[in-house]
Design a protein around this ligand. Sequence first.
Ligand code: FA5
Length: 353
Amino acid sequence: MLRKSKLKDIFEKTAKEIKNADSVSVLDNIRFQCLGRKKGLITSVLRNLKNLSIKEKREIGPLIQKIQKELKKLFDEKEKELSKKTEKNISDITLPAQKIQAGHFHPLAKVEKEIKEIFSSMSFSVVEGPEIETEYNNFDALNIPPNHPARDMWDTFWLKPTNSKEQIINNKNRKLLLRTHTSPVQVRYMQTHKPPFQIIAPGRAFRYEATDAFHETNFYQVEGLMVGEKISLANLKFIIEEFLKKFFDDPKMEFRFVPSYFPFVEPGIQVDIRMEKLSVGHKLSVGHKKSDWLEIMGAGMVHPNVFKAVGYDSLKWQGFAFGMGLDRLAMLKYKISDIRLFHSGDLRFINQI
Ligand code: FA5
């Protein structure tokens, strides 16, 4: 026969388990063990009451009923508490899914990636050079000695030597600067590699000049260089045409080759693309008509003096080089009216592309 103290123990133990239950299913299980119709502990005590003496019935009966009532109350309260918590955690699966905020490439990075892919498909290797350059690599080795008037073509950010040691290292016409174009990568590559080869070198260029819709002080170029034994202007023309067709993938795109001058090539050309109105509300900069040509690259056959500076025999090797404006290509492809938008940090602009 169950004693009063034993019943109290069962009550206290069950009350504690109810309190600690952390889910409705755990609570249901405790309820089943305790109040279950067939095997519940309290239910079986109630069922056996009939076998007790009258004295025992009087003693145990009211107590077990009280315990049963109190446990039911505890179960109900806990169930309410747990369902409230679950309600808060369950989301309405009929609601539209929330948009996941994923990062994406900056338009210029995207264009750089495309350019690399196109040239890689034509067997060009991708190389890099530093943004801080020596005066020698940026100018002298490219057939632009000091005092050469062509230096005015590139307004330069010169760097102050930070200490006298650096000055001594760099004193032989080796002042440091922020490279004004990616052409010094040609010099670096040729100084350390033997022809034949074909490379592109994408990267930043810096110019100390006023900005407008088509000019930035900090912009991107992609240098190209192909050196071999029988390279001609025809090869240059073919590669550029192939690139432009693949990059724009637009049969209506018009381009032209125009003679030009760069000290490090002979002959020199520039490539222009016909620029339709770029976007709604676009104000063409001074000097541009509604439909005009935009210069996107300089190019030409590598000058013998450049080959001489890197120790190549210019009678044996020929090569072509080009330097294209990556920002301008992106502007034309995506009809962007102002180059300055690329660095504006305006997410409404950047997220569109
Ligand atoms: C050069 O920088 C030569 N190094 C290109 C070259 C390489 C010629 C190899 C021959 C052989 P240029 O200054 O024209 O050339 O610049 C080349 C391209 O860079 C331009 O056609 C233009 O698309 C882009 N560019 C030049 N200046 C800016 C600028 N301030 N902002 C944006 N793009 C520019």
